[in-house]
Write a protein that binds this ligand. Structure first.
Ligand code: HAM
Length: 483
């Protein structure tokens, strides 16, 4: 009997068409994430995918949905209660304390990419294993840091071509604010208690602030007139929140203040934010975060302020596909080698190795299928060029280099191949091709190939400079001289 994949999880596959589970899209998004993290000065941290369950109970909070309903818990063989991590902030704090990273300087900017586990009812955009890019800054309490964090995630989405985003921000103040607000909110909700959803009734005592971001339409109608936490902020929190808004205005990052945004994790204070993608459907929160100044101390670490966020990679890719964002194509080999006969096979095998040493991503057929079938396969994997090596080619040491997209061919000596393919891989436009003009050509065939490529790129170039004219003449002269 086949063993199916468990519900709520998925495979990421090496398919070339663009679905949200295509490995090449994940690789692309992760590359952009790493670029952005570097750009903003973050260093990578990797923590285990399981931790002691009490880490999450103490930090995310016993009454949060994540811990009370969704956490994966198991007892290990040493009778310790462990949990697959449902989020990344608490593990990063644990690692920071345990490894005494505090000794490494006053400011710590850390990022992670990895799977998180939440046992929830699976649906589009909600999985039992999802992947997050998260970032945490430890040691800075200034509002500029909160704004820089929002800027980083906003820049990431823009770099990936994602549009139609709304950044919601709010301040939930300090502990004192929340205590006062909690009383005010309960007083407001008490007369409506019977109309609240079952979930919200449960939260009424344990965590009434969470009722504010209930998804239940009935609850939403009731909380629409609830008091605003922003009216309960102390002076310092108010000024802090105003400064964050000024920073976002300065960077021209559009945002909406939502006084009902509280987020589902207990560790936050002051700033909270969430970014919603217009095209995602019900599970439309693409990223979120906030400030959590007391968490490190509460976990018996140093008393340092911290702020962070995380964004779901599944939701990023799904949004990109919904918005038909242009993504780089899947991997395609530059060259596919087909050999005919034993001598050519022997030669081709070594030649393949040599080309790879010289930086060409080449593939070769080892299946021994008929030429037509192998050609078809080369086309299917979208090889850019194909060469066929048989006895004649071995003797002449020249091959026909076929451009698969157009079918056009050029005769090239085998010794020129890696030089030409390297130039081809590096040059997409005429301007990029230009510096190569001074490279001496090994022979006329190499020059001719180059000339053809130059003419093709010229066709696509709209601005023709006078320099180009001179160069073409020089090129012609070169070919004439070569006879
Ligand atoms: P979170 O809002 O619970 O925050 O999760 C962050 C992001 O992970 C969400 O915005 C969403 O894109 C994605 N996500 C969450 N659950 C799922 C799921 N079941 N399926 C698919 N995607 C999901 C945190 O986890 C905090 N640790 C963020 C943070 C870091 N705050 C401060 N530092």
């Amino acid at each position: 009997m086949k063993t199916p994949i468990p519900p709520g999880v998925f495979d990421i596959l090496p398919q070339t068409d663009d679905t949200w589970r295509s490995a090449h899209l994940w690789q692309y998004v992760e590359e952009v994430i790493r670029d952005i993290a570097r750009l903003y000065g973050y260093q990578e941290i990797r923590t285990p995918i399981f931790e002691r369950v009490e880490l999450f109970q103490r930090s995310v909070g016993e009454t949060s949905d994540i811990v009370s309903k969704e956490i994966y818990v198991f007892e290990d063989k040493g009778k310790r209660m462990m949990s697959l991590r449902p989020e990344g902030t608490a593990p990063v704090m644990r690692a920071f304390i345990e490894n005494q990273l505090v000794n490494q300087g006053p400011v710590h900017k850390l990022f992670y990419i990895g799977p998180m586990f939440r046992y929830d009812r699976p649906q589009a955009g909600r999985y039992r294993q999802h992947h997050q890019f998260g970032a945490e800054v430890i040691g800075v309490s200034s509002p500029e840091q909160d704004a820089e964090m929002i800027d980083m995630v906003y820049t990431l989405y823009s770099r990936l071509g994602i549009q139609n985003l709304t950044v919601y921000i709010n301040s939930i103040g300090n502990q004192e604010t929340r205590k006062n607000f909690r009383d005010a909110l309960q007083n407001y909700l008490r007369p409506h208690f019977d109309q609240l959803s079952k979930d919200s009734q449960h939260r009424f005592e344990a965590n009434p602030l969470r009722i504010l971001d209930s998804k239940d339409p009935n609850d939403q109608a009731i909380v629409a007139k609830a008091p605003s936490i922003l009216d309960c902020l102390d002076q310092a929190s108010k000024e802090n929140f105003e400064r964050i808004q000024a920073c976002l205005n300065a960077l021209k990052i559009p945002y909406t203040i939502d006084h009902r945004l509280v987020r589902g994790l207990d560790y936050y204070n002051n700033t909270v934010f969430e970014i919603v993608a217009g095209d995602l459907g019900a599970q439309n929160s693409i990223g979120g975060g906030g400030r959590y100044d007391g968490l490190l101390k509460m976990l018996e670490g140093p008393d340092l302020p911290s702020v962070g966020f995380a964004t779901g990679i599944e939701r990023i890719i799904q949004t990109m596909l919904k918005q038909q964002v242009k993504v780089p194509p899947a991997y395609r080999p530059q060259l596919f080698i087909i050999t005919l006969g034993d001598a050519a096979k022997e030669f081709g095998f070594k030649f393949l190795h040599k080309l790879r040493q010289e930086g060409i991503d080449a593939q070769m057929d080892f299946t021994g299928r008929k030429l037509g079938k192998v050609m078809q396969y080369a086309d299917q994997i979208r090889a850019k060029f194909v060469i066929v090596i048989g006895d004649d080619e071995l003797k002449s040491q020249e091959v026909e280099l076929k451009v698969m997209e157009t079918g056009e061919t050029s005769v090239i000596s085998l010794s020129s191949l890696s030089h030409l393919l390297n130039i081809d891989a590096k040059t997409k436009t005429f301007m990029e091709l230009w510096p190569q003009m001074s490279t001496p050509f090994q022979d006329a065939k190499e020059a001719e190939f180059f000339f053809k490529k130059l003419c093709q790129t010229l066709d696509k170039t709209t601005t023709v400079t006078s320099k180009l004219h001179d160069s073409l003449e020089a090129m012609n002269q070169f070919l004439k001289d070569q006879g």
